[in-house]
Ligand binder design. Sequence first.
Ligand code: BYC
Length: 311
Amino acid sequence: EYEARLAEFEARIARGEKIEPTDWMPEEYRRQLIRMISQHAHSEIVGMLPEGKWIPHAPTLRRKLILIAKVQDEGGHGQLLYRAAETLGISREEMIEAFLAGKAKYSVVFNYPTPTWADVAAIGLLIDGAAVVNQLMLAQGSYGPYARAMKRICYEESFHIKQGYDAFVALATGTPAQRRMMQEAVNRWWYPALMLFGPPDRDSVHTPTLLRWRIKTKTNDQLRQEFVDQYAPMVLRLGLTIPDPNLRYDPETGHWRFSEPDWEEFWRVIKGDGPCNAERMAARRRAHEEGRWVREALAAKAAQRTNGGSN
Ligand code: BYC
């Protein structure tokens, strides 16, 4: 019985069909999706913090308005993703509880600091750029609600890259002090951007299962290479350098060669020992506490309505 259902499920995926919430699916497929989508949602919400810090200090009114809109979009992406995960039978409260308890991960990159305005530009170009490379792949995935959310999110993220590129170009072609500031931010964000794609394939425990069921359609290393091929020449063209002595174009393969990030640092930061982990978690716990009265008021209102109350 189970074997037959599994075969039919896998045949549907092989035909390129989307799996929808009420369709039969293996428990492991459901578990993997909940893990990934909820981590993705937490990443969007935590990802509001490093750039959000710069909203009061944006250099011009125009940049401030754009940044407010961008950070707000990230909050929206988080909501969209929690909703997609809820279709798999887990509640938003359970997901947020797991996150606040430190049991669910969020992207390693948001544990790095943003000491200057140029870090906002570096995130906008490199981190959003990396996120889009990853998410265009996820938009091809087999689970309907996640793939559709990805498609919509990629549209907005493409605008985010444009704002990142615009701020990046302004600094990279600005005064010597601005160019120096932009270069230092690139030095800080290059390796985190490479880390966004996850551990190397040889250490990626989930990749075989995710590829088998088309939750992912490319591996971590494949996407990392795509990112470097696309973004390294862009940074160099703007007259900046990349902090990797091994970076060079290989005409034989048509790809850029590059050094891997420090994977020991990656695992250490994921486990909680990065420059901003404690600060990020504290900010989220505080926001959760400060929002408690809103959740309680909404719940009370809903209960009143089901009890037939008039207001
Ligand atoms: N950071 O077997 P692996 C954004 C964990 S935010 C932290 O390769 P998989 C934005 C992994 O969870 C967009 N942890 O995993 C927002 C696993 O641990 P668990 C963020 C990571 O799933 C604001 C273990 O390492 N994007 O765009 O095959 C401002 C083994 O890894 C990371 C997403 O979340 C990491 N980078 O592949 C600006 C995309 N990588 O769970 C921008 C959705 C790995 O067993 N996720 N780990 O405890 C994915 O595409 C995949 O999950 C990954 C990892 C490619 C990240």
